[in-house]
Ligand binder design. Structure first.
Ligand code: 5GP
Length: 179
């Protein structure tokens, strides 16, 4: 597995420090709001679990799964809900937790869909931001790292469902995929 990684982009230590910083900030901003954090499956699972442990306030969690990539490493622009959230979010303060925002198409669909359910507020927390690839205008209220246009894996992010369990964010050797 590790031999498929070209180089490490963000180390375990950098991830830990950034997640702690984000969690602390969220705890301040949502102190009395009892937010509901909605994690995007499957990529945001590791980020979500570390983030909530760093955010020491009353909160609840839920998960949503949307398909964004039909196959390969590029966004198809076609978004489908594969698993919906289980809770009613009307009147709740919602924070969508994403692993990575690339074109922003997935997230803009998600925000539109969740907004229709009348939450009190809706914000976005993304670990990785590939800003130069943005197509849809989605404001990232909380962002971990801005990264270049390279295909990354690890810390929840996959390629063909592998590499999610790497503890760091790494760049996959380009010869392993076709973009
Ligand atoms: P977007 O709709 O913003 O183009 O794509 C968002 C989704 O594409 C992310 O939730 C993630 O699943 C996937 N994605 C985008 N860039 C990467 C990347 O560099 N590595 C991996 N593993 N997934 C990515």
């Amino acid at each position: 597995m590790e031999e498929d990684i070209d180089h490490i982009l963000i180390t375990e230590e950098q991830l830990r420090a950034k997640v702690r910083e984000l969690g602390t900030q969220l705890a301040v901003d949502y102190a009395d709001k009892m937010p509901i954090l909605i994690g995007a499956l499957n990529g945001a699972t590791l980020f979500m679990s570390d983030l909530i442990r760093a955010c020491r306030i009353p909160l609840s969690i839920d998960f949503i799964a949307v398909s964004s990539y039909a196959s390969g490493t590029r966004s198809s622009g076609v978004v489908r809900i594969l698993k919906d959230i289980d809770r009613n979010i009307e009147g709740r303060h919602v924070l969508v937790v994403e692993d990575i925002v690339d074109t922003g198409l997935t997230l803009s669909y998600l925000i539109e869909n969740l907004s229709a359910r009348k939450p009190a507020s809706i914000r976005i927390c993304a670990l990785l931001d590939k800003a130069e690839r943005r197509v849809a205008d989605v404001p990232l209220d909380y962002a971990g790292f801005r990264i270049p246009d390279e295909f990354v894996v690890g810390y929840g992010l996959d390629y063909n469902d592998l590499y999610r369990n790497l503890p760091y964010i790494g760049v996959l050797k380009p010869q392993l995929y076709r973009s």
